[in-house]
Design a protein around this ligand. Structure first.
Ligand SMILES: [Zn+2]
Length: 384
């Protein structure tokens, strides 16, 4: 029987509504769970193997609580260990900086993975299993033992946890500095939001450290679903700027919608929380629009607050599109007011224009100054 969507109910929900709070809790719990997220390469496997080996020891020492048979436990250990051979090639390749087949990702991983302490310990041993002939022929000279793969996984996990601890110490500082800087701009009217809301949104957001092995995107930071994820290995000033950029997203004007989808079979009704407005990005029936404008404004604010030099700023093309609006005479103040506007929640079906008047005023100003369709024409450039 075909499952058909028969109804969708959408309603606005407040930032502090039980629906949004619950959705945030779920996202954070999912991320925190080692087993669910597998966020460090090899961690899930190593955790399982340690548990099973422990169980085997208890069984062998006659613990009456250990129910499975020894053979059964050994078989489960073998299944987990089965992933090790898949990683032999990757580790061997990583060890060689002269590997002509290094992609951008491999080059990054090589740099990160084989930092001084790690390289000194394992690099020469890893190199034994990988050879480069001339400047293009690469091959495996002999197979890396799976015990070495396990050792490398464990070393990586331990090293990542150490880097993560240091990262969290820096993040606490970045958050404090960010709040203090933005407060100055609230005080002189440049940013229209309450100090209270600023503090709440910044403290509410979790900032986590990515394992590049698990989540390589070639980008530095990402703000999605109540968690900011940051890539390791950046210079201090850039890392601080990236965190500021993501925090700027987090404090921009936001609204949430609760979407219930009902299916014909009644097997399952799905409930989801979506972000309807994030700064100047909006969710419409045709998807998310004006991301380019949102990124441009976010990056300009973040650079202003982090103090990063102009030539190190990101989102160059997006910022050019923003310049077009400013050159046409759209006021900076109108853009910022719309960016920070939190639409009012209204159950009586008030027209959106009344719920976010500053955003509507900005759209009108862009139309009047740049002619009809300017924003959509710019949008089209970024969609190609
Ligand atoms: Zn961004």
């Amino acid at each position: 029987m075909k499952r058909e969507l028969i109804g969708v109910k959408i309603r606005q929900v407040a930032e502090d509504s039980p629906e949004v709070v619950d959705s945030k809790r779920k996202v954070k719990a999912q991320f925190a769970s080692d087993v669910g997220s597998n966020r460090i390469l090899g961690e899930h496997t190593i955790v399982q193997i340690d548990k099973l080996r422990d169980e085997l020891k208890r069984k062998q020492s006659g613990d009456p609580g250990a129910v499975s048979s020894e053979d059964d436990i050994r078989e489960r250990i073998q299944i987990q260990e089965g992933i090790f051979p898949d990683y032999r090639g990757m580790f061997a390749r990583l060890a060689r900086s002269d590997n002509p087949q290094h992609t951008a990702m491999m080059a990054t991983l090589h740099q990160e993975f084989l930092d001084s302490s790690f390289a000194a310990k394992y690099s020469s041993e890893m190199q034994n299993y990988f050879s480069v002939t001339g400047d293009s022929v690469v091959g495996f000279s002999k197979e890396m033992p799976t015990q070495l793969v396990e050792v490398l996984f464990r070393a990586h996990i331990e090293r990542y946890r150490q880097m993560e601890r240091e990262f969290h110490e820096r993040v606490a500082l970045y958050k404090r500095e960010f709040i203090d800087t933005v407060k100055e701009d609230i005080a002189d009217g440049f940013v229209s939001m309450s100090e209270d809301l600023l503090e709440r949104r910044v403290s509410d957001i979790d900032i986590e450290f990515n394992d590049t092995f698990q989540n390589y995107k070639g980008v530095y930071g990402q703000h999605a679903e109540h968690i900011i994820k940051v890539t390791p290995g950046m210079e201090g000033a850039l890392e601080r700027h990236i965190v500021f950029h993501e925090l700027t997203h987090a404090i921009s004007g936001t609204s949430f919608m609760h979407v219930t989808s009902e299916f014909s079979e009644k097997i399952r009704n799905t409930e989801e929380i979506h972000i309807a407005k994030a700064g100047l990005r909006f969710r419409t029936r045709r998807g998310k629009v004006f991301s380019f404008l949102n990124e441009a404004v976010t990056e300009c604010l973040a650079a202003l607050w982090s103090g990063i030099p102009a030539d190190e700023m990101l989102y160059a093309v997006e910022r050019q599109a923003l310049s077009v609006l400013l050159e046409k005479g759209v006021a900076r103040k109108s853009i910022l007011d719309a960016y920070f506007e939190n639409p009012e929640i209204d159950r009586s079906g008030k027209h959106p224009a009344l719920r976010m008047p500053k955003t509507v005023a900005l759209m009108r100003e862009i139309r009047q100054n740049g002619g009809p369709g300017l924003l959509l024409n710019l949008e089209r450039i970024f969609q190609e």
